[in-house]
Design a protein around this ligand. Structure first.
Ligand code: SAM
Length: 275
């Protein structure tokens, strides 16, 4: 049997389609999400409804964002889910989660077995709406979850870690083997819970500045800060901030990146000022 066909649908690789087929895994994910009628739930990539159906059982209404026109049409005519669903047949990367939260009059609970090919940029898109989001539960490549939860001084600690932890508390939920999907992905997967900070442990910073610093630092992660960020921070400034110029990007904590971002916002480089 062609293992790309699931419930009569040919899985499209370009849409990152790997459909969940394991009822134990599905139940565990739904239990972790714990949907209630009061929640404004939004699913990204409902596909053939593996999560939509059991989550929908707990709800009167459910919003879904699905790029694949055939799958969106299929959901529209789903016998018991159809009437509960508000279906946006569009790219989640351009979806305005803030506007939806405003319409709903409450913050959103977002979940999904994400298309792995766009999961990192999609999370960055969602981070820009964290004020409108209560929590997020995502199936991701295990390696991506490892990066999200990593601490400093480890290989997995990177730009995604710093940005995710600046915005959210990150909690790993469960690991999922390839055979829980049709077709099976080539990598292990894991579910993660991301809870935007109500009271952030970090000072508020300009995220564009934080983004720039982490991009430049981790772009040269083998180099010391003196080398990778020397054009933005002199050794004296790093000393003044109590951050050694001999550290490498992966040795710098999220709080220290925030310190750097605050300083840089207050002292924009000459070039930026002239722009
Ligand atoms: N939720 C289903 C499940 O668990 O079996 C399907 C998950 S599958 C990994 C990813 C889903 O996201 C597919 O239904 C795919 O069509 C959809 N998708 C892919 N790219 C998307 C995008 N940019 N915006 C919204 N949905 C997308």
């Amino acid at each position: 049997m062609n293992n790309r066909v699931h419930q009569g649908h040919f899985a499209r690789k370009r849409f990152g389609q790997n459909f969940l087929n394991d009822s134990y895994v599905i139940e565990s994910i739904v239990a972790a999400i714990h949907p209630t009628k009061q929640d404004a739930m939004v699913e990204i990539g409902p596909g053939l409804g593996a999560l939509t159906e059991p989550v929908g059982e707990h709800l009167d209404v459910l919003t879904v964002v699905e790029l694949d026109r055939d799958l969106a049409a299929r959901l529209q005519t789903h016998p018991f889910l159809g009437p509960k669903l508000t279906i946006f047949q569009q790219d989640a990367m351009t979806f305005n989660f803030g506007e939806l939260a405003e319409q709903k009059g409450q913050s959103l609970r977002v979940f999904g077995n994400l298309p792995y090919n766009i999961s990192t940029p999609l999370m960055f898109h969602l981070f820009s709406f964290t004020k409108a989001i209560k929590d997020m539960h995502f199936m991701l490549q295990k390696e991506v979850v490892n990066r999200l939860v990593a601490g400093p001084d480890s290989k997995a600690y990177g730009r995604l870690t710093v940005m995710a932890q600046y915005y959210c508390q990150v909690i790993p939920v469960l690991e999922v083997p390839p055979h829980a999907f049709t077709p099976p992905p080539k990598v292990d997967s894991a579910v993660v819970r991301l809870v935007p900070h109500q009271q952030s442990p970090y000072p508020e910073v300009d995220v564009r500045v934080l983004g720039r610093i982490t991009l430049e630092a981790f772009g040269k992660r083998r180099k010391t800060l003196r080398n990778s960020l020397g054009h933005l921070f002199s050794t004296e400034v790093l000393d003044q901030l109590g951050i050694s110029g001999t550290l490498r990007a992966e040795n710098v904590t999220v709080a220290q990146y925030c310190q750097l971002a605050q300083w840089l916002s207050a002292h924009p480089p000459q070039q930026t000022r002239e722009e």
